[in-house]
Design a binder for this molecule. Sequence first.
Ligand code: C2E
Ligand code: MG
Ligand code: MG
Length: 567
Amino acid sequence: MNGCSDNPAYQNVLLHSLYYDNPLAIAVIDRFGRFLDINRDPYDMFGYSREELAGQPFSDLLDELSYDMTMQVFERTLAGEKCSQEIRVLHKDGHPLDLNIDTVPLMRRKKTIGIVVFFQDISERKRTMEKIRFMAYFDDMTGLPNRRYFTERLEDKLAGADKWDGQLAVCYLGVDQFKLVNASYGKDIGDMLLMMIAERLTGFFPETGNLARMEGDEFAGLLEDVRDQEDLSGRMDELMRLFEKPFELAGVHLHISVSVGISITQGAGDDAIGLLKKADTALHRVKENGKNDYLLFSSDIAHTALHKLTLQHEIKKALQNQEFLLYYQPQYDLASGRIVGVEALVRWKHPERGLVPPGEFIPAAEESGLIVPLGEWVLQEACRQNKSWQDAGMTPIPVSVNLSFRQFAQRNLIGKIADILQKTKLDPRYLELEITESITMDVERASRFLQELADLGVGISIDDFGTGYSSFHYLRNFPIGSLKIDRSFVRDIQQDPSDAAIVSAIIAMAHNLQLQVIAEGVETEEQVKFLRHHRCDEMQGYFGSPPLPRERMKELLLSESVLPMNH
Ligand code: C2E
Ligand code: MG
Ligand code: MG
């Protein structure tokens, strides 16, 4: 090897090859920064011919921002250093080129006579990096910053929090009923709407980075220099007013509202994730409360929200661990005093809290959808129990099961009920479903569902009658067997003449429509008297019996006891 490298002819060949065949562009410049030579046609890279470049100062190519930096690199190289630097030059046609340059001093007889510059065009790599950065930090549909960008920027703002006076407010915005828009008009219109909303919001949060699309139909906005609550509500009112004007989409005018949850900086210890979480929690509360409003986070909200989440988790576990059971409350015929039916009422045998009444977990089960499996279990268990009483020789009576609105909304409920009846071998006439008036709001669906139920042979009653959505229309048109007068009316029939009038009117109207009437929550003999006097058909309440566990209910049924009545 040594022999070879000592050979001047060989060295020449090697140098020639290294210079002219090098994949990198190599330029030689003199001590004054002027081009002396370049190893390839510079036209391809810079748009200048070799002749045009010869003798030109390298600095003529430089982008203004790279000028100082490059001059320093050249100085250091002339002083004997090897340097590496990213710079930007301009192509002859004006477009920028990002280059990485490596420089080495060109020596002759121990004197630096110039610089050798190795160029690498990194424009493509830079563009890819930019694209990756864009994808990582921006939402490609609206072009707005995304969650990552917003969070990092908020983090930066909080770090510099001592530099300004006012507070920061984080707004978490959700578009109300967005799913409905998507479902009714299609995804394209949905996307268009989001873009238009982004545009309106940009007008409100004009500074880049103060508005972001977090996900789906959720946006986040940052308000700076918030002076106090009054200032904040003034600005939020203004934000809500942005949505007063309808959106016009493909010829359709849509009135769209937003819900906003807000959190505000408290001082040291604030962090971006925490503020966003609080604002999100407040947003959920607004949505639960009927949407189209804004709400500032407070710790009460966090408590109830947390409680609800734990509760939902617990209900799920309780279903798996079979912690639910049914109590039964008898319904008495007011004329004979005999038990003519029972209502199944769910209880939760909680390992720590004991027996939990349904009011404490049904709403959470409804909200999470867990009411569907829970309701199915109740139905199945009530049917099984009723059949087993019949098999034990007791007089057959119907069992009433409460059906929640959420169960009604599920598809194939009829199929499930039919399955359960078949599996438990209970004759359909011994099952009665209690629905609430809210079900009848969707008239078409309700009438189809109720007709199918009636065709199955299952009875239907309206629970808590008088408290809900009052349309008497459905009473006439739906196949309903009975009404249960809500206990709030029954409670005060002795004291409140208007309640007494309501109860007697309901009884008369029901009879007119050939419906049975059951009074709920009957606790006193006076109430029983009043009800009998007005020819109410049945009663249910503590006066007869409270809800009982199944063994106690069996004993009561076996005893064939009747309602105590002194005419
Ligand atoms: P509801 O269907 O109107 O049930 C009657 C409620 O009144 C029961 O409360 C019962 O214990 C109570 N009650 C009975 N007699 C009297 C009385 O004389 N005075 C008073 N003050 N109250 C009386 P409970 O068992 O706590 O159930 C409350 C509600 O929970 C039920 O109201 C029903 O809407 C719902 N629920 C109960 N079980 C189920 C179920 O399995 N599924 C669904 N979806 N809801 C259920
Ligand atoms: Mg009921
Ligand atoms: Mg009721």
